[in-house]
Ligand binder design. Structure first.
Ligand code: ZN
Length: 119
């Protein structure tokens, strides 16, 4: 299923929110570039976790999927490396849950992403 896209009106609302957030970050940091960097990085990290989950969660999911798939890539069925395998979501908006992911090779992920884009 393709990811939900924003309408033009929704993109305008998102841009307004982003503009307010940037202004708030400028106020919070009072012209201190190091503090602005730290606030920006904190917000970025937390929003990324909201969408993708925490690194600890990913590690646990990878371990569970590796065992469930008997160490084999869900696409090509060849053995997966112990590190650098990719968690692939069937539907991005459903997040990283055991039911919505599979563990695959990085190269198989690149091929799959390209196919999804051209489908
Ligand atoms: Zn593979």
């Amino acid at each position: 299923m393709p990811n939900r896209m924003l309408t033009a009106a929704e993109r305008d609302l998102a841009q307004s929110l982003l503009n307010r957030l940037r202004a708030d970050l400028e106020d919070l940091s009072s012209g201190n570039p190091d503090l602005l960097f730290a606030y920006r990085r904190k917000i970025y990290k937390e929003l990324t976790y909201d969408e993708r989950g925490t690194p600890a969660m990913h590690k646990a999911l990878k371990r569970a999927k590796y065992q469930e798939q008997l160490g084999l890539c869900a696409i090509c069925r060849n053995p997966l490396p112990e590190r650098y395998a990719v968690l692939d979501r069937f539907e991005a908006a459903k997040g990283y849950t055991v039911e919505n992911i599979r563990l695959i090779h990085s190269n198989c992920d690149i091929t799959t992403q390209a196919e999804r884009r051209y489908a």
